[in-house]
Design a binder for this molecule. Structure first.
Ligand SMILES: C[S@@+](CC[C@H](N)C(=O)[O-])C[C@H]1O[C@@H](n2cnc3c(N)ncnc32)[C@H](O)[C@@H]1O
Length: 793
């Protein structure tokens, strides 16, 4: 791509970079005619679309080689390694639609199933047996393995069915006698237990998709004064209401998660992953996700099943690939058009592949509607900021649009004629993706509670739970309707994800007609005003006009501020400059650059702290300038640079605790030094500053780990008190901190306090996640049981 870009003459690059959205038909066609005359361009497109050149192509020889390595490891009882090789073999094995290699596929699934049986992965093993049976229903070994695993799971009735089918299919006499023996043993066990057999099913599939409760909030897209269109409701909305739930128009996995997460639902991939039948890139957690992403896999599967209908009936077969077929699978097949071993989707940036997916979806719809001629690009009617883009970025969007259209055209081959504006539309689509796409974030503990750790010593006698919540950015997606929600740094709606579904829930009472706004990332309390403005300008091309960025608030005054040198003054000393040019209006700047203008808050709704922190704003009507380093309450002067240096030094000493490989054995001298540094921070930083909250939190964690729970509680509470000032008492960040406090109180044996802290945390979780909290934070349930047992006990 870089070679191609540098082949474009400077004059043409400049013309493209200086053009506006209105010039797109001209700039795109000029660049296209130049590239079409360039051999290098055809070479690049050839490399990107020729399956023979693609690194991600299937390779039967490699699959056979990997299978051999798997067998070798299996025979040496190196099961973990064998599992890896079998999975890799399945990744490389081509799956032809005529069922030519069905035998090899089935063998690989059964080999992987046997390995997983050895490793105790029983559910996964059954799923692989089902997969083998779905491609080769007469395969005795698959039925046998499934029967044996069902027996291990004590599903004796199913096990007997499976082994009877295996027996009827087995051709060798030694095989038959082996199955007969096993069958006898299982029949005996069945008689003893008299258990009703329950056939195991593809549990990953069964739980899909998450159903979100119906919501009845009426939403309207309206025009707003400074933010374009926005959302509101004509009705009042109570807190914790489900506002909106939506599946993406298109989504793409992050490169960092390609080998660890399902490329369709984005959950953590299980051991028995399945692969794309046509290329080696995507992995899926289940046949259902594979089917959704790729479309129908193998035309022969149903035929196999039909011809063996009796046997299938005998065993009450639950085969995922047939069960999961859905009517809309063709339309939703967002990976399908990239397949066939083509290379482009593996190498182009995610945003561009996302544009390709939306484009392909649009073309499929047009073709389905019988429209073959003059296909243009999709016009999503979403906002874009093309004219504000830098010249380099405009040129890049042009280049990618041309390359992408050529790749998509190569998939659809002939028979479609493209409208003249298709390239311009594609450039705009790329820009719309920049402004409107959302990162799908999963909580690590959402994936089966893997982040849940029980620390014996920390947890006290009956095991309280220490939980660490890690957010993982798993994918990037476009949600069409959700794109009309504007941003606020103090949102009244919380956004989270169920697999690929975006869910929005109100976190406060929203009066009819009030803008309903979510956060695109930056939030008041988390980062300060200049940083929020910068981040939103750079990432979304707008100057934020939300309530937190247009009205002076406590959080922004104190977050990064210093302590007034006067002992009894709570005034904040800031690094910003404030100019109060007229009553109720303050200009904020940082150095030479203007940050924004703020109005003063309604005096009747004052938080008492606000006056103490910035008395000057409210005291006088006069024009007033407050320079950096002067107290906002009493105008005392602070030597800002030495305060910055001293507090930074103290912060870095405390952070040494975090750099230890484990806090479990934090040396005493380091903790003593951290406590001295904490006193320094208190001396220089404002009592409500973020730096102080973080220092308290780090020290609390260190004390908790070395077993001094009394001190841990003291510092944890101090941190929460500050965070309540910076955010608000019902912010989700407070709930996460309270969970830490609950763990500490449980280890101290103070069940009553733990129960009270837990109730406070749970109320916040319910506000933000409603009934979904159980799915997203499984540890909350565990902790509730723990707290309940101890409190009652
Ligand atoms: C995802 S769109 C939201 C819907 C958009 N207002 C529309 O008319 O389609 C994001 C764009 O909306 C505008 N916007 C959203 N939140 C804003 C805010 N707090 N202040 C100013 N503009 C905002 C910006 O133009 C931003 O690039």
């Amino acid at each position: 791509m870089e070679r191609l870009k540098s082949a474009v003459p400077a004059e043409l690059r400049r013309a493209v970079g200086e053009g506006t959205a209105a010039d797109l038909p001209f700039t795109t066609s000029r660049l296209l005619s130049f590239l079409e005359g360039l051999p290098l361009f055809h070479l690049v497109i050839g490399e990107l679309t020729d399956p023979e050149l693609a690194l991600c192509r299937k390779d039967k020889g490699r699959a056979a080689e990997l299978k051999g390595k798997g067998n070798e490891c299996f025979s040496k009882r190196e099961f973990e390694q064998a599992l890896g090789f079998y999975s890799q073999a399945l990744r490389y094995l081509p799956i032809s639609s005529d069922g030519k290699d069905a035998g090899l596929i089935a063998t690989l699934y059964v080999n992987r199933a046997s390995t997983m049986h050895k490793l105790g992965l029983l559910e996964e093993c059954i799923r692989d047996c089902d997969r083998a049976i779905s491609v080769s229903p007469n395969y005795a070994k698959a039925w046998y393995r499934k029967g044996m695993v069902n027996a291990s799971l004590k599903n004796y009735k199913s096990a007997i069915n499976d082994l009877e089918v295996a027996l009827s299919m087995e051709v060798t006499s030694s095989g038959k006698s082996n199955i007969t023996q096993e069958l006898k043993l299982i029949l005996q066990k069945h008689q003893n237990v008299n258990q009703v057999g329950a056939s195991s099913s593809d549990c990953t599939d069964a739980g899909f998709p998450h159903t979100v409760q119906q919501h009845e909030v009426i939403l309207e897209c309206v025009s707003t004064p400074n933010k374009g269109r926005g959302m509101m409701s004509p009705n009042d909305i109570s807190p914790a209401s489900l506002i909106h739930a939506e599946d993406p128009l298109a989504a793409i996995i992050m490169k960092s998660c390609r080998d660890t997460h399902c490329h369709y639902c984005f959950s953590e991939a299980p051991t028995d992953v399945v692969f794309c039948p046509s290329c080696t890139i995507p992995i899926y957690c289940s046949n259902r996700c594979q089917d959704k992403a790729v479309g129908q896999i193998s035309g022969n599967q149903n035929t196999h099943l039909e011809s063996n209908k009796n046997l299938v009936d005998i065993a009450k077969l639950s085969v995922t690939s047939t069960r999961c077929k859905t009517l809309d699978s063709k339309q939703n097949a967002e990976h399908k058009h990239e397949c066939g071993g083509a290379h482009w989707s593996a190498v182009l940036p995610s945003d561009i592949v996302l544009a390709g997916r939306i484009m392909a979806q649009y073309i499929d719809k047009q073709l389905l509607a019988g429209k073959r001629s003059t296909i243009s690009g999709p016009n999503l009617d979403l906002v874009h900021h093309y004219d504000q883009d830098s010249p380099a970025s405009k040129f890049e969007s042009h280049m990618y649009a041309i390359v992408l259209l050529s790749c998509v055209q190569s998939y659809y081959k002939s028979g479609i004629s493209w409208a003249e504006d298709s390239l311009s539309q594609l450039v705009l689509l790329i820009c719309q993706i920049k402004v409107n796409s959302i990162a799908i974030v999963h909580m690590k503990s959402m994936d089966g509670g893997k982040a849940l750790t029980v620390d014996k010593r920390f947890s006290g006698s009956s095991g309280a739970v220490m939980c660490s919540v890690e957010q993982v950015r798993v994918a990037q997606a476009i949600y069409k309707s959700s794109s009309f929600f504007n941003h606020s740094c103090q949102p009244n709606v919380h956004a989270y994800f169920h697999l690929r579904t975006l869910v929005l829930r109100s976190t406060e009472y929203i009066k009819a007609g009030t803008p309903i706004e979510l956060s695109y990332g930056p939030q008041a309390g988390e980062i300060d005003l200049p940083e929020r403005q910068k981040s939103l300008r750079e990432n979304y091309y707008f100057s934020c006009g939300c309530s937190s960025c247009s009205v002076l608030n406590l959080s922004d005054l104190v977050m990064n501020s210093f302590r007034c040198p006067q002992n009894n003054c709570l005034g904040a000393v800031s690094e910003l400059t404030f100019n109060k040019c007229k009553e109720n209006f303050v200009r904020v700047s940082m150095g030479e650059s203007h940050v924004c203008s703020l109005s003063l808050p309604d005096i009747s709704r004052f938080d008492g702290d606000m006056v103490k922190v910035g008395k000057l704003f409210f005291k006088t009507d006069a024009i007033l300038n407050i320079d950096p380093g002067f107290c906002l309450s009493c105008r005392s002067r602070l030597d800002l640079s030495s305060s910055v240096a001293m507090s930074d030094r103290a912060i870095s000493k405390i952070n040494r605790l975090k750099e230890l490989p484990s806090l479990d054995h934090a040396p005493e001298f380091l903790i003593a030094e951290a406590l001295r540094s904490l006193e320094q921070i208190k001396k220089f930083r404002h009592p409500y500053s973020k730096a102080l909250a973080q220092a308290q939190d780090t020290i609390a964690e260190a004390f908790a780990k070395v077993g001094d729970q009394e001190q841990a509680r003291k510092h944890c509470k101090a941190s929460i008190e500050i965070l309540e000032k910076l955010y608000h008492t019902k912010h989700i960040i407070i709930a996460h901190e309270l969970i830490k406090l609950v763990s500490i109180e449980l280890s101290m044996g103070d069940s009553a306090s733990a129960a009270a802290s837990f109730a406070q945390a749970e109320a916040i979780f319910s506000l933000y996640y409603g009934p979904d909290v159980k799915k997203i934070f499984p540890y909350v349930d565990v902790l509730r049981r723990n707290v309940g047992e101890r409190y009652i006990g």
